[in-house]
Design a protein around this ligand. Structure first.
Ligand SMILES: [Zn+2]
Ligand SMILES: [Zn+2]
Length: 89
């Protein structure tokens, strides 16, 4: 799936693009699952921040770990190593 790409895109949007300022519109996107949510002050909902992705995550159980990104990198590395070993580069 495209969770890795979506996470990267969210980080770039919130930091680089002034057109889309999701934080200023009180909307954030999870860097791990890509889900959106609105900030609700006092709602008591627990959100998190991933230091690896440098962005917010939605706080769902599966999003507290940076598993999607690590898995994605492992996969890419393995694929690159395989391609090199097979002489496909
Ligand atoms: Zn999430
Ligand atoms: Zn992460």
């Amino acid at each position: 799936m495209s969770a890795y790409r979506m996470g990267r895109a969210a980080g770039y949007i919130s930091i680089v693009s002034p057109d889309h300022a999701p934080i200023e519109r009180d909307t954030l996107q999870c860097v791990h699952c890509g889900g959106h949510w609105s900030l609700e002050p006092g709602s008591g909902k627990q959100r998190g921040f991933c230091m690896i992705c440098n962005g917010p995550h939605c706080g769902r159980p599966g999003c507290w770990n940076c598993v999607p990104l690590e898995k994605r990198l492992e996969e890419l590395e393995r694929r690159a190593a395989f391609a090199a070993a097979a002489g496909l580069q």
